[in-house]
Design a protein around this ligand. Structure first.
Ligand SMILES: Cc1ncc(C[n+]2csc(CCOP(=O)(O)OP(=O)(O)O)c2C)c(N)n1
Ligand code: SF4
Length: 206
């Protein structure tokens, strides 16, 4: 197995499920034997996006909500590359939602990995598009007012040919397998990953 860790020690809180996604992603890249010279990972802004500093692969640390258009641009310019976007649900289902829909509808050949902790965690735990209705967060002390978005159904609705799956960090083998499958598919792939934020999200039972 090729060591994909950079020299930087991860700064995530002890126990954060981002460590699991980090490990699964390294395993999946190795299992799929992706040519590292032809791999680009685009990171969103957020705790999950901080993986940009911890992985030793080519990549772009993009803007909040803009990892998908950055990834789409790379793929259109260099179709020979394997392109992965990774970010939190705040970036990808909130500010970046229109980009998710556009890339899925166009069936752009890339994989979007979402660390879905139901919160804006880097900014200390505000409600996000997947926070359960009624859940108390820093910005919704009386309970979140809206029903959460359903990303897998949403992607399948705008493009039935696209691949969209939901997995959880509580089952890391399934997370790795979902990534391996997505990397092998042509077309658009969403892997929505339940990821517990141990610091701000214990009340959410994710
Ligand atoms: C354009 C823009 N809007 C907002 C922010 C502030 N911001 C930085 S991280 C973040 C929340 C990230 O939440 P999420 O995408 O769910 O990732 P997590 O930290 O939970 O992994 C926000 C709102 C920003 N940096 N740029
Ligand atoms: S704030 Fe939450 S998501 Fe961010 S590193 Fe800490 S536990 Fe992980």
């Amino acid at each position: 197995m090729i060591d994909l860790k950079s020299k930087n020690i991860p700064t995530w809180c002890p126990g954060c499920h981002d460590f699991i996604i980090f490990a699964c992603l390294q395993q999946a890249i190795n299992k799929k034997e992706i040519d590292l010279k032809k791999l680009v990972i685009v990171y969103d802004i957020g705790c999950s996006g901080n993986m940009a500093d911890f992985l030793k692969v080519f990549g772009v640390h993009s803007l909040h909500g803009r990892s998908i258009p950055t990834a789409v641009g790379i793929k259109l310019a260099r179709p020979d590359l394997t392109v992965i976007a990774i970010g939190g649900e705040g970036g990808i289902y909130g500010e970046g939602m229109a980009h998710l829909i556009a890339a899925a509808r166009l069936n752009i050949d890339l994989t979007v990995l979402v660390a879905n902790n139901q919160l804006y965690s880097l900014t200390t735990g505000q409600t996000s598009p997947t926070t359960p209705k009624g859940a108390k967060t820093k910005s919704t002390p009386q309970g979140a007012p809206s029903v959460p978005v359903e990303p897998v159904s949403l992607v399948k609705t705008v493009n039935p040919e696209a691949s969209a799956v939901h997995v959880t960090c509580l089952k890391p083998v399934e997370v790795t397998e979902a990534m391996v499958t997505a990397f092998g598919n042509n077309g658009f792939n969403l892997v929505d990953i339940d990821q517990l934020c141990v610091t701000f999200g214990k009340q959410l039972n994710s």
